[in-house]
Every structure is written in structure tokens, then in C-alpha cells.
Design a protein around this ligand. Structure first.
Ligand SMILES: [Zn+2]
Length: 210
């Protein structure tokens, strides 16, 4: 089984990916996480990846594909992609080389996505993430772990957030069409509780698993 999760930042797909991976004993594939792991190992490939990311560039597709093939070649019988594919070229690669069972799109209105991103904070000292709506600190504006001040990330300015939302639509619309044409797309309303969303997604996945 290979399932792809798509949705804007703040839509909750990372949380759902973890829940689904646990429920079905599938592997959760978060490309950013895999890259960070490789970088931490300080390998030649890791340093190459770091170089691209540090310079604000996208990691080239050949490295992306090599990274995911290594994971797909592992022992697990099911995989959940979270944050891949991002481009039509990557989507083509995926369906041409693997049997994709379902693509779940977590649909969230722009205003709600904007409000969730607008609520993000980070500790100015230890970098721990907070969200004043969904994951607030115990004491307003102060890090639970180290007591330092919480701040906005520089790319979380209103302009930065709007830019991210526009970019998301530009990138995602063709991907949704691509998967829809192949009968793979399922759209779930992401403005619901974690459990409700999980129930609906599992309902769909249980049907294909039979
Ligand atoms: Zn802190």
C-alpha cells in the first residue's frame, strides 16, 4: 500500500500521517525528516543535501528519488508519503514507478490556514515550536522549557504567509487534477476534529485494503 497525503501547512496531515502509520503499521515517510536524518549522519549525501537547503534551493529530484527508493525498498508493507510529491514531475515519477493506492487531500479554507500559521511561535532561545491556538505555552509568550521569549519566525510575517498560501495553490492544483484524473483522489474536510478526520480517512483506506 502506498498512500499520499497532501495539504497546506497547518492542515494537520502530519498528525494524521502519524496516526495512520501507527494504526496500520505502515511507514510514515516525511521527506524533510529523512533529509535531516541524512544531514545528521554527516555523510557525503547529507552534506550535499545540506548545501542545497542552506542556500535556499530545492533538493534535486534525483536525490529525492534515491532517498525515497531506499525507504520503499525496506521491509514495511505500507507507506504514507507526507510532503511528497510536490511537483507534477515528481507525481509522474511516483505513478510510473510505483502502485499508488490513494491520495488524500486535506482541504482547508485559506482563512483558517492563515489563522493557524499566524498563531505559530518559536522560542527565541531553544527553537521549540508553539502555536497559540493549538499548542500554547503554559505562560503566555514564555517558553515552557527554558523561560525565554517566544517570537514569530521571520517567514511567518503576514506577507510571508500569504505568499506561502499562493504558492501552495499554484503547486497543488495541477497535482490534485493529476491524481483525480487517475481516480486516486479523496478530499477530506480538514476543518474538523483529529478523530473525525481520522475516521473518514480510515474508512476510505479500509475499503482499498480489502
Ligand atoms: Zn525555549
Amino acid at each position: 500500500m502506498i498512500v499520499v497525503l497532501m495539504g497546506i501547512q497547518g492542515c494537520g496531515k502530519g498528525t494524521q500521517a502519524k496516526l495512520l502509520a501507527k494504526h496500520y503499521s505502515w511507514q510514515h515517510i516525511n521527506l524533510g525528516g529523512l533529509f535531516r536524518k541524512e544531514i545528521a549522519k554527516n555523510t557525503k549525501k547529507g552534506n550535499e543535501i545540506k548545501h542545497y537547503i542552506d542556500n535556499g534551493n530545492l533538493v534535486p529530484d534525483e536525490i529525492v528519488y534515491h532517498t525515497i527508493e531506499k525507504v520503499l525498498g525496506g521491509k514495511k508493507r505500507g507507506f504514507i508519503f507526507d510532503g511528497f510529491p510536490r511537483t507534477l514531475a515528481q507525481a509522474h515519477y511516483l505513478v510510473e514507478n510505483h502502485n499508488i493506492n490513494k491520495v488524500i487531500f486535506f482541504d482547508l479554507e485559506d482563512d483558517i490556514a492563515r489563522a493557524r500559521m499566524d498563531a505559530r511561535r518559536v522560542c527565541s532561545n531553544c527553537n521549540r515550536d508553539y502555536n497559540i491556538l493549538s499548542k500554547p505555552p503554559k505562560k503566555e509568550g514564555i517558553c515552557d522549557d527554558c523561560g525565554h521569549e517566544l517570537i514569530r519566525r521571520t517567514d511567518d510575517s503576514l506577507e510571508g504567509i500569504n505568499q506561502r498560501i499562493n504558492l501552495f495553490h499554484e503547486q497543488t492544483k495541477p497535482l490534485c487534477d493529476f491524481f483525480k484524473e487517475r481516480g486516486l483522489l479523496f478530499v477530506v474536510n480538514a476543518n474538523q476534529g483529529i478523530q473525525e478526520i481520522n475516521d473518514q480517512v480510515r474508512g476510505v483506506l479500509d475499503l482499498i485494503k480489502e
